[in-house]
Design a protein around this ligand. Structure first.
Ligand code: ARG
Ligand code: ZN
Length: 849
């Protein structure tokens, strides 16, 4: 057990930096075990600061020498950094340090991945490279010189000079240290160019390891599309002569928006039809856009401190969601985004890890790169847009960019821009940033004398550290449908601001059917007593695609929850409605695919728990199985014709149209698989000429307890391809029968290809184990024990990933007493580990609370 709890940092303690920086020069002399970094930094006193005390962050650095204005000094060095006596006027600081990239397994700072040097500095990795005020409100232009034996030497900004064994880069845009990047290695680039809206030429380079060149075309196209979209939509132009992306195999997150030099997890950029699924393509396109969009929302305007993280992340997620919606079906994208929001953010917001979009305190900032900061943050932007309207939104954004360009801004600055630009009072809306937890909205209705009334009540349950909750300002998009299915009231935005509020609609001849929270207009849980008939009616008639889907999902949930709790289930209503929906070929196949996918098992567990029923993971699993079987039998006659319609004859394209057909085709295959003993899946695997169909078929076979031959074939085909091998690992665990999941995962950890220090591989196995809800929660506790063993093993190597993945235990209080005890024991065992990282201590501590 560690001696004392790690120290907390508070937003309220913010003070401006004592010293600002005019410019920075960095000189790297690369060596895997002993890289030398010389920094030359011009410090100037900050007029806004009260003190001239001098502190530089620095961790795991060997200080070789330091000087001020040419005179050598002897600073006092601790584990966190150094202090030094300095003049009370501007001065030049020069320091040389030595670091060991090869020994850096945390993948934060400068480290090695497969023989290449790369960096990850967000949030606080730069302090592992040199001594520096490593806080985002200190911004400076950087000049970098790299000396090393690798053929490719890259850093931020524009290239200025290079020769055999060295290269120099100049980034003229002042930036915080977290946006610094360096890459060196044996790499090859896909080259392209982009002409900006003012006619400037930008060189584009997508760097990969030799052998991966064939997987760069899609990423490059996505980049160009993102650049053009940001000009078109937000009027934002790129601002350097070159924009580069580098693919790296060992990376903690998806990607990083370093100025002019984005670094990507290979999984977030490399794409080919043989090795990537349609979902991979979609994710890659979104992440490339996301990182590119950060150039304005994140880099040109950055965050004053890490409590403002959602300022850049919420907004940038919102922007990448808009981008994807424009390039693919907007409603399908919205449904997918909401599925992910509910699955990750609602889960977080309704458990021990719930926190504000703008937290008040943290121990380790890396633990706050969460679905709440990102996805809920994006929902808040979306709500603001709904409240002020399209034109006012873009007007406000223009003001944001002009007012704060070049600054390290706050969430308060952002909200004030909206108030100043639109004249709206957003006092209550600010609460969304400061109040954790998902509001629950209950609604009833009545109809009298031609007046229809909707009565809403909102309630947010207490979250850790926040007992009292106040009413939120909620935009509720509502439409009304008449008895024949026609819309009698087009979408209107109701603004709810009170605990309880009613809205009336006049001039109606009969009681309408309401379609509430269209397009999911606010991140709330909507509770409404409804009948299977009404749900089926909305599934058929709603003109809002999101609510049409939502109606089908609600009906499926009613069926599953009834099955699990032993009540009579409206199965026939569901099967009838779903059959009609599937037959409706005016509907986008992608939509139909989402509409027949059952609500996830985690979602069902949460719903049961919310309703006061202790969920049984096995019963949930079995209800899924039963309903799928009934669907398969009910749809038996329709399946062959519909499946044939989903065949794509043209050459593979990862576009929305083809992907939608394949998605529906795979949903149908999963059903057919229950009736034909795996025949169709076996055939599909054999003839598959792309990864989507191949993996889909293999998944079906594994689900049926078959597919040994195909699994071996899959490995033989892709043995050398790490990203595909991640799939090979993940699939076996994801599709394992509940009682076998832990053993299969355990066996896979013994595999010669289980490179557990690689985050993608670790996540492949253990991410999949957590997704296999009934498997992870096997009553023996073997899933928990295995997972805890591996978290304990990983913590000293990569605390960030360990802490992040420990959230697999966040639902522990939801389950029965036996499972709770087992999970709690696993958590306590982790907590009792000697020298447990701050990261993991904070997370496990909060989970146990
Ligand atoms: N800013 C990056 C993004 O949103 C995420 C990097 C976070 N990295 C970390 N170690 N916390 O794309
Ligand atoms: Zn981001």
């Amino acid at each position: 057990m560690t001696a004392h709890a790690p120290e907390k940092i508070f937003l309220s303690d913010y003070t401006p930096p004592n010293w600002l920086i005019e410019d920075v020069g960095l000189n790297f002399h690369l060596s895997p075990t002993a890289t030398r970094v010389t920094s030359t930094i011009r410090f100037v006193p900050n007029p806004a600061a009260a003190s001239r005390d001098f502190f530089l962050h620095g961790e795991q650095l060997k200080l070789i020498s330091a000087s001020i204005d040419g005179t050598s000094v002897s600073p006092k060095v601790t584990e966190q950094g150094l202090t030094c006596d300095v003049p009370d006027h501007a001065f030049t600081w020069v320091a040389e340090v030595e670091i060991n990239p090869e020994a850096n397994t945390s993948l934060s700072g400068l480290y090695m991945s497969g023989g290449m040097y790369c960096t990850q500095c967000e949030a606080e990795g730069f302090r592992r490279i040199t001594f520096y005020p490593d806080r985002p409100d200190v911004m400076a232009p950087f000049k970098v010189r790299i000396e090393g034996s690798d053929p490719v030497l890259l850093s931020n900004g524009n290239p200025t000079a290079s020769g055999e064994g060295w290269a120099e880069w100049n980034d003229p845009w002042p930036k915080p240290a977290y946006l610094f990047a360096l890459v060196a290695g044996d790499l090859i680039a896909r080259d392209d160019t982009f002409t900006t809206m003012s006619g400037k030429n930008v060189d584009l380079k997508l760097w990969v390891r030799p052998g991966d060149e064939g997987k760069t075309a899609f990423g490059m196209d996505a980049l160009k599309a993102a650049m053009a979209w940001d000009e078109r939509t937000y009027g934002r132009e790129y601002d350097l002569d070159i924009f580069q992306i580098v693919a790296v195999s060992d990376f903690n997150m998806g990607a990083m928006e370093n100025k002019g030099l984005n670094i990507f997890n290979t999984s977030a950029v490399l794409a080919s039809s043989d090795t990537s699924t349609d979902a991979n393509f979609e994710r890659i396109e979104a992440i490339i856009a996301h990182e590119y969009f950060h150039n304005w929302t994140g880099n040109r305007i950055t965050c004053r401190d890490w409590f403002q993280l959602s300022l850049k992340e919420g907004l940038t997620v919102y922007r990448d969601q808009q981008f994807s919606a424009d390039f693919r079906s907007a409603s399908v994208r919205r449904i997918e985004d909401v599925i992910s929001l509910r699955g990750r953010q609602f889960r977080e917001d309704n458990g021990p890890l719930a926190h504000q979009v703008q937290p008040d305190s943290f121990v380790e900032i890396n633990n706050f790169y969460t679905a709440t900061i990102y996805e809920k943050g994006a929902e808040l932007i979306g709500m603001m847009k709904t409240l002020v309207g399209h034109d006012e939104y873009y007007k406000a954004l223009d003001l944001y960019f002009t007012r704060h360009d070049g600054e390290a801004a706050t969430i308060e600055d952002w909200v004030r821009v909206f108030e100043d630009s639109t004249g709206r009072d957003l006092t209550q809306f600010r609460r969304w940033y400061k109040q954790a937890g998902t509001p629950r909205l209950t609604v009833t209705d009545d109809f009298k004398d031609g007046i229809y009334t909707l009565n809403f009540e909102q309630k947010t349950l207490p979250t850790p550290g926040q007992e009292e909750k106040l009413p939120q300002h909620i935009p509720i998009a509502v439409g009304l449908l008449g008895a024949n299915g026609d819309e009698v009231l087009a979408t209107q935005i109701l603004e709810m601001t009170e605990d309880k509020q009613s809205f009336t609609f006049e001039g109606l001849t009969s009681k309408p059917t309401p379609s509430i929270l269209r397009h999911f207009s606010a991140p709330v849980i909507l509770d409404r007593d409804s009948t299977p008939e009404e749900r089926a009616f909305l599934l058929t008639h709603d003109t809002d695609a999101f609510n049409k889907w939502e109606a089908g999902r609600a009906l499926a949930k009613d069926v599953l929850i009834s099955m699990i709790t032993g009540r009579s289930a409206p199965t026939q209503d569901y099967l009838g409605a779903i059959t009609a929906m599937l037959r409706d070929d005016r509907l986008d196949p992608a939509f139909r695919a989402l509409a027949i996918r059952l609500p996830g098992q985690d979602d069902l567990a949460q719903t049961l728990a919310d309703g006061g029923v202790t969920p049984d993971p096995l019963a949930i699993y079995q209800a899924h199985q039963t309903l799928r079987q009934q669907m398969a039998e009910h749809l038996q006659d329709l399946l062959p014709r519909l499946s044939a319609e989903m065949d794509v004859a043209d050459a593979y394209k990862p576009d929305a149209e083809q992907a939608g057909k394949r998605a529906l085709g795979l949903e149908l295959l999963m059903l057919a698989n229950r009736l034909d003993g795996g025949a169709a899946a076996t055939a599909q695997y054999a003839r598959a000429d792309n990864m989507t169909l191949r993996m889909g078929a293999l998944g079906c076979l594994l689900e049926a307890g078959k597919g040994d031959e195909e699994l071996a074939d899959f490995r033989a085909r892709f043995e050398g391809d790490a990203l595909v091998m991640d799939k090979w690992f993940a699939m076996q665990v994801a599709h394992a029968a509940p009682e076998k999941a832990a053993e299969i995962a355990s066996t896979l950890t013994q595999d010669s290809d289980f490179n557990w220090k690689n985050p993608n591989r670790f996540r492949a196995v253990f991410g999949a184990l957590m997704m296999n809800q009934a498997g992870f929660h096997d009553e023996t506790g073997k899933g928990y024990a295995l997972f805890a063993d591996w978290l304990i093993k990983l913590d000293p190597v990569n605390a960030q990933i360990t802490a992040r993945m420990s959230s697999g235990f966040e639902t522990w209080k939801r389950w029965d007493a036996d499972r709770q005890a087992l999970m709690q024991a696993a958590l306590k065992r982790i907590m009792a580990t000697e020298n447990l990282s701050r990261d993991t201590q904070e997370m496990v501590g909060r989970i146990l609370n």
